[in-house]
Design a protein around this ligand. Structure first.
Ligand SMILES: Nc1ncnc2c1ncn2[C@@H]1O[C@H](COP(=O)(O)OP(=O)(O)OP(=O)(O)O)[C@@H](O)[C@H]1O
Ligand SMILES: [Mg+2]
Length: 298
């Protein structure tokens, strides 16, 4: 569906996407993770021709976005990071205008919009102006907008930022449903749990490059296998010497002390009470692979 090879984007001297190679296959939900500024939105912009690439190869549906942006855009739906809704118009008007823009036949527009507003629990807001919507409602509406053209490829750039847990779960359900119906999905998110729940495969990008690639389970097994205990700073010295003695991984950041061991029992047997004990997850992988850059970029 999307193939990138040695893809590069420079903004002046600055290289935002640097030698990016990846492939998103038909029918999968593919995650693009990475710290702020890693180049995720820039890559997404390149897939539909809104950002011009500097070098490398890129194809979407087998077409080059540099020359076939119009055709590509007709076949994809995008939840952009910025909402870009017309604040002075109503919900319904916004969606109708977008239908016209992407060429939905006029006799189908009314029903398409009504059905999708219903689908995202926004029907009761249809005559409200965008100004009067909450942040989460606007996000849901952008999701509706992305689905208006029945896209084969759905690109979601941080779709759930600012959504409450219930709405986030609702959206996950929709994404799963769409994937089951055969839609290919490209998702960026800063919620590692979301990526674990939704993505078949993902890459972690850092400084414009792929730092790791695989299924969530494979990435965890490869980079941070085992169980993690989170502690406050009171037992720091004790935890540090324990880690050295028992060969646990010891990490600390401003939020606390992290011990990683093969088994949960290893952590329990230390006798030091943890704030939390859990299996290692994608957040551990993310922090391991991008941690130092996060600190310098913050
Ligand atoms: N139009 C532009 N002109 C100059 N620099 C840009 C432009 N767009 C993006 N950048 C820079 O490129 C880098 C990558 O930005 P991008 O928006 O792709 O990051 P991102 O991975 O989407 O981050 P976030 O998680 O914060 O959304 C950043 O350093 C950003 O400042
Ligand atoms: Mg972004």
């Amino acid at each position: 569906m999307i193939k990138a090879r040695a893809l590069k984007k420079n903004f002046g001297e600055f290289c935002a996407v640097n030698d990016l190679t990846l492939e998103i296959r038909q029918g999968e939900c593919f995650g693009l993770l990475g710290p702020n500024g890693a180049g995720k939105s820039t890559f997404i912009g390149m897939t539909y021709g809104s950002v011009e690439r500097t070098a490398g190869e890129l194809s979407v549906f087998g077409l080059d976005p540099a020359t076939h942006a119009r055709v590509i855009k007709k076949r994809m739906g995008v939840v952009t990071q910025e909402n870009a809704l017309d604040e002075s118009l109503t919900v319904f008007e916004n969606m109708l205008i977008y239908c016209a823009f992407i060429g939905v036949p006029s006799q189908e527009r009314h029903k398409r919009v009504t059905d999708l507003l219903e689908y995202m629990n926004l029907a009761h807001k249809k005559d409200d102006r965008i100004l009067a919507l909450s942040g989460g409602m606007k996000r849901r509406l952008v999701f509706v907008r992305a689905l208006l053209g029945n896209p084969e490829l759905l690109i979601l750039d941080e779709p759930t930022t600012g959504l409450d847990p219930a709405v986030r779960h609702l959206l996950w359900g929709k994404v799963k449903e769409l994937r089951q119906e055969g839609t290919t999905i490209l998702l960026t998110t800063h919620y590692m749990h979301e990526a674990e729940v939704l993505c078949d495969r993902l890459v972690i990008m850092n400084k414009g490059k792929v730092a790791a690639e695989g299924s969530p389970a494979k990435l965890i097994t490869e980079h941070t296998p085992g169980h993690v205990g989170i502690y406050n700073f009171d037992s720091r010295e004790e935890l540090k010497s324990l880690a050295e003695k028992k060969d646990f991984i010891f990490l600390e950041d401003s939020s606390g002390i992290y011990l990683r061991a093969s088994r949960m029992e290893d952590l329990l047997s230390t006798g030091i009470p943890a704030l939390q004990l859990r299996p290692a997850n994608l957040e551990d992988v993310f922090l391991k692979l991008t941690g130092t850059e996060l600190a310098t970029d913050a």
